[in-house]
Design a protein around this ligand. Structure first.
Ligand code: NDP
Length: 446
């Protein structure tokens, strides 16, 4: 690692010793940036990297709400407004009991570079709460969302900060959050994305992250291996928004998806997973994935989600959560002949796992490039909202496809330019950083 990058990392390690996920993301990014910092000594003179790794603003707040038994519950709320150099802060809200400042900062830092890679004018931010939506009634979800927005509304706006969904925040939660935001500001603004189609949402936003992931991996297979999804066996972890639509697009392109998971376990269906059943269980009934066996008794269910990486496949698409593939799982995938890994979730591979894939010649598509289709389509939703028009599904999907293909080539070119051809981790970090750095340099010290 370049000496300047290394000094910045050491300072972060001293200041935030408990922020494990944040330090993991910062280490990977600073390692990649080393190649560029060698060529730009002027960045150190203006402490560019010190400013890049610190959020412009962190908002932390109490969320008090009343459950169905009349008991008062208290959660923590967060919004990290990380970097607005190239556009308003943009990034999702995560509701999951594991949420803490480290997780929101890691997601926010990644988001800056991801948003830059889309080529659209959006800065980076992220937020959420340690609230657990699992097992809550609709009324409880609504009261929580209203209490959360009761504080957040004063910090966001269509030209300031535009949140969206993430783990635990889907169409239902965005509806409650937007409804309360609209009431508080007394205006119908495009301040949240992932909105329902009847109140300003964009066609193809729901599908965008999963579809975009598959478009990116298809382009990578085509350009780096003269190959495609056709005839491939695929494993997709998770069974949420990203996983479902990654499965759909991979299947449309001729692949067979044989395994999916949730946080309790995974299913294996050698005939190819019936996605209609998954949508019914997950999107309609909100039940556990093991219910799949009630519809398809010939499939298998295994407790524990980690075992999914022992299923033999050509392409692995981790679409659940951070650090779900560790070194042991990476070794199992490689031993079973995996050819490509495309990250749908944010940072699903540990640094050791990602390095192992690259050292073993596996085509590796890192999250900030491969899953950028969701936020890119959110930016298209913002554009439609500003113009008060709606584009057709086909129009949005074609723009998404084009954006993902462009991201792949920008990442590939950056990797080559900096002397590490085929290293898409470094390529993504550098291609994303260049534009943000240019804008920050233009502003002087702010
Ligand atoms: P969802 O809440 O729709 O689905 C998450 C899925 O992952 C569920 O199947 C969930 O299982 C599983 N999961 C969550 N936490 C864990 C865990 N700790 N261990 C194992 N499985 C877990 O979220 P999304 O599909 O929206 O997000 C998935 C990933 O994709 C996240 O990393 C997110 O940051 C990333 N992402 C999402 C985007 C989007 O547009 N939605 C955009 C870009 C990235 P269970 O139901 O049992 O909790």
């Amino acid at each position: 690692m370049n000496q300047y990058a290394s000094r910045v990392l050491e300072t972060l390690q001293k200041k935030y010793p408990d922020q494990k996920e944040f330090l993991q993301a910062a280490t990977e990014i600073l390692d990649s940036l080393s190649l560029l910092l060698d060529k730009h000594p002027e960045y150190e003179n203006v402490a560019l990297i010190e400013r890049f790794v610190e959020p412009e603003r962190i908002i932390m707040f109490r969320v008090s709400w009343v459950d169905d038994n009349g008991k008062v519950q208290v959660n923590n709320g967060y919004r990290v407004q990380y970097n607005s150099a190239i556009g308003p802060y943009k990034g999702g809200l995560r509701f999951h009991p594991s949420v803490n400042l480290s997780i929101i900062k890691f997601l926010g830092l990644e988001q800056i570079l991801k948003n830059s890679l889309t080529g659209l004018p959006i800065g980076g931010g992220k937020g959420g709460s340690d609230f657990d939506p699992k097992g809550k009634s609709d009324a409880e979800i609504m009261r929580f969302c209203q209490a959360f927005m009761g504080e957040l509304w004063r910090h966001i706006g269509p030209d300031t900060d535009v949140p969206a969904g993430d783990i635990g925040v889907g169409a239902r939660e965005i509806g409650y959050l937007f409804g309360y935001y609209k009431k508080m500001v007394n205006a119908h603004l495009g301040t949240l994305t992932g909105r329902g189609l009847s109140y300003g949402g964009s066609l193809a936003r729901k599908e965008a992250t999963g579809f975009g992931l598959v478009y990116f991996v298809e382009e990578m297979l085509k350009c780096a291996a003269k190959d495609s999804f056709k005839g491939k066996t695929v494993v997709v972890s998770g069974s949420g928004n990203v996983a479902i639509y990654a499965n759909q697009k991979a299947t449309e392109l001729g692949a067979k998806v044989v395994a999916m998971s949730d946080s309790n376990g995974y299913i294996y269906d050698k005939n190819g997973i019936d996605l209609k059943v998954i949508k019914q269980i997950k999107e309609v009934e909100r039940k556990r994935i093991k219910e799949y066996l009630n519809y398809v008794p010939t499939a298998e269910y295994h407790e524990g989600c980690k075992g999914i990486w022992t299923v033999k496949c050509d392409v692995a698409l981790p679409c659940a959560t951070q650090n779900e593939i560790d070194l042991e799982s990476a070794k199992a995938l490689v031993a079973n002949g995996v050819k490509a890994v495309g990250e749908g979730a944010n940072m699903p591979s540990t640094i050791e796992a990602a390095t192992y894939f690259q050292q073993n010649g596996i085509l590796f598509a890192p999250a900030k490039a491969a899953n950028a289709g969701g936020v890119a389509t959110s930016a298209l939703e913002m554009a439609q909202a500003s113009q008060r028009i709606f584009w057709s599904f086909e129009e949005v999907d074609a723009k998404l496809h084009n954006i993902m293909v462009n991201i792949f080539h920008n990442v590939e070119n950056a990797a080559t330019k900096y002397g590490v051809p085929g290293n898409y981790i470094v390529g993504a970090n550098l291609a994303g950083f260049e534009k943000v750095a240019d804008a920050m340099m233009a502003y002087g010290i702010v």
